[in-house]
Design a protein around this ligand. Structure first.
Ligand code: ADP
Ligand code: ADP
Length: 229
């Protein structure tokens, strides 16, 4: 479930300046496709279009064969989990932030999701644990901790589709490696679109697309791309 297809997608923020110039690719259900390329190539724009922050000007984006313009934004987003580069949390408790979008989840479910995201080790040290308000009484979360909260939220939501938009780009190398481990667990068996800066961070992807100036310059597995370059 959750197969994604981009079919000859054209998009521009400003009509005078095309950003995506006929992009076609598929992410088969349960597989991972990574988009890499230089800054400004249009990578994040791809993920924003799939999440429908903007609508495309021509072509089509489909999920399970259905044009995403023909479903409500709410139902589209209910099947997509998004972990952006810099997660912005609500000024509320850690538990509230994890539960966001699935308010009916039990404490046990929230805790289980937090364990997979490896939040427990820093939360446990706090007297009020999950019920401590983010930003209050010393609970200042680091960039990596915020990403863990975003991952726990995604685990709890359990969407068939995952968008990881430079989810580890803002982190130091050690934290990046830890977060990557959690993301590998979450993306397993989920249809995943990864936006990344460096080829070295997406070695395991089923296909890698190299985007340059809004066009697909190259595509293939990590091994195939290395061989050609
Ligand atoms: P990448 O993720 O590959 O760095 P982006 O998709 O963020 O690239 O941006 C592609 C191009 O679109 C860039 O030239 C950028 O300046 C432009 N752009 C991005 N967001 C907007 C926006 N909201 N309005 C106008 N131009 C934008
Ligand atoms: P709904 O309208 O179905 O309640 P929301 O738009 O509130 O859905 O958000 C659903 C999910 O999408 C949540 O997990 C939320 O964190 C995520 N989300 C919403 N807006 C953004 C955004 N700007 N960037 C990244 N994730 C977002």
């Amino acid at each position: 479930q959750g197969a994604i297809a981009f079919k000859d997608v054209h998009f521009s923020y400003d009509p005078a300046r095309p950003i995506l110039k006929g992009i076609s690719f598929e992410v088969p259900a349960g597989k991972t496709v990574a988009v890499v390329g230089p800054s400004g190539a249009g990578k994040s724009t791809l993920s924003r279009l799939l999440y429908r922050f903007y609508d495309i000007q021509s072509g089509a984006i489909t999920v399970d064969g259905q044009d995403i313009r023909k479903v409500t934004q709410k139902s589209l987003r209910s099947v997509i989990g998004m972990v952006p580069q810099d997660t912005v949390l609500f000024n509320d408790t850690v538990a509230y932030n994890i539960r966001y979008g699935r308010t009916s989840a039990s404490d046990g479910e929230v805790f289980a999701a937090a364990e997979v995201a490896q939040i427990a080790h820093f939360i446990e040290m706090l007297p009020e644990g999950f019920e401590t308000k983010v930003g209050e009484r010393g609970l200042k979360l680091s960039g990596g901790e915020k990403q863990r909260v975003a991952i726990a939220r995604t685990i709890l939501k359990a969407p068939p589709i995952l968008i990881l938009d430079e989810a580890t780009s803002a982190l130091d190398t050690t934290t990046e490696r830890e977060i990557q481990t959690a993301l590998d667990v979450v993306s397993k068996n989920r249809t995943t679109l990864v936006i990344a800066h460096r080829l070295s961070t997406v070695i395991g992807a089923d296909e890698i697309i190299v985007l340059k100036s809004g066009e697909i310059a190259e595509r293939g597995t990590h091994a195939a791309l290395l061989e050609r370059n």
